[in-house]
Design a protein around this ligand. Structure first.
Ligand code: NCD
Length: 314
């Protein structure tokens, strides 16, 4: 495996499967009375969050703590970043403190890549602008495999604001790598210009795809990244591209409904759909901790240093 996880392109199929299999083993720790392994004792993981986050930040913190790492949480608000300190100077400060891994979320696409050039530790991209969010894709793949038993050959439909979504890009790359057939559905204004070069199909007709989908992944309409009107009204968006109970009825019996969160209930997904038995939204959050434990464990050399401890966790 590479030292960093910045893009799904950093992984080959075997790396991706190793992460999912390791996460499966580490998930068992969550079911124990004491949810901790000593594997990363003495190592330091810094969570560097320049952009708002609930799930991802808490999830990385929980993952690092369950592996006994020391965790430093840094959020741009209330730090010297608010005084204009650059990403590079912030990185050098972390470096001086001896971070073994830096988990970064930043509004600029490419920020994680830049950081990797400045620090000695491993860099994990927890979302860089509209570019990638590899651990989200890994936890989504993990969730699909747990619910449906496989990924290879499945029809996955990803619906909504693809343009602003780092989750969509990472998922298209990863799910294709693992053998799924991915179709994106969005209004033409919410598709990236280069989408024709992505390894997936594109459609504008959600209703024709639902009966053939094993997985439907709904994306949040990212109003905070929109500097123009991308669709006429929220009501119209929701009528054409939202998943409501009637549309959900047209899915095959076994199909699942996913959303990375945070949701706009009533816009891209109806509340009763989000709370239905087909929805994996809460499982995705729980699985996120196991998948991030696996990523930190593998990047920080846990496989060599603490393999026996993972064995012991079985
Ligand atoms: C996503 C993100 O931040 O990219 N959320 C997440 O990490 N769970 C998706 C989003 O913000 O809509």
């Amino acid at each position: 495996m590479n030292r960093h996880l910045i893009s799904i392109a950093d992984l080959n199929r075997d790396d991706a499967l190793l992460i999912l299999d390791t996460a499966e083993e580490l998930a068992q720790v969550a079911d124990r009375p004491i949810r901790k392994l000593p594997t990363l004792r003495g190592r330091t993981v810094v969570n560097l969050f320049f952009e708002d986050s609930t799930r991802t930040r808490i999830s990385f913190e929980a993952a690092a703590k369950r592996l006994s790492a020391d965790v430093i949480n840094f959020s741009a608000k209330g730090s010297s970043v608010a005084k204009g300190e650059s990403l590079k100077d912030t990185a050098l400060t972390l470096e001086a403190m001896g971070a073994d891994a830096v988990v970064i979320r930043h509004a600029a696409s490419g920020a994680a890549h830049r950081l990797a050039g400045w620090v000695r530790g491993s860099v994990v991209n927890a979302g860089d602008g509209m570019h990638e969010h590899p651990t989200q894709a890994l936890l989504d793949a993990f969730t699909i495999r747990r619910r449906l038993g496989r990924i290879d050959g499945l029809a996955v439909t990803i619906v909504g604001d693809v343009l602003h979504s780092r989750v969509a890009r990472s998922n298209v790359l990863l799910l294709r790598l693992l053998g799924a057939d991915v179709t994106l559905v969005a209004p033409p204004t919410l598709l990236p210009v280069a989408v024709s070069s992505w390894p997936c199909e594109v459609s504008y007709d959600l209703d024709s795809l639902l009966p053939k989908s094993d997985v439907v992944m709904m994306l949040r309409v990212q109003a905070e990244r929109m500097n123009a009107a991308y669709f006429p009204t929220v009501r119209e968006y929701s009528r054409r591209y939202g998943l409501d109970a009637d549309r959900m009825q047209t899915l095959p019996e076994h199909a699942i409904v996913m959303h990375p969160g945070p949701m706009n209930r009533g816009v891209e997904i109806a509340a009763d759909v989000a709370d239905s038995a087909r929805s994996t939204i809460v499982e995705q959050v729980a699985n996120g901790v196991s998948v991030r434990m696996a990523v930190l464990y593998l990047l920080l050399g846990g496989a060599q240093a603490g393999g026996s401890q993972l064995e012991a966790a079985r």
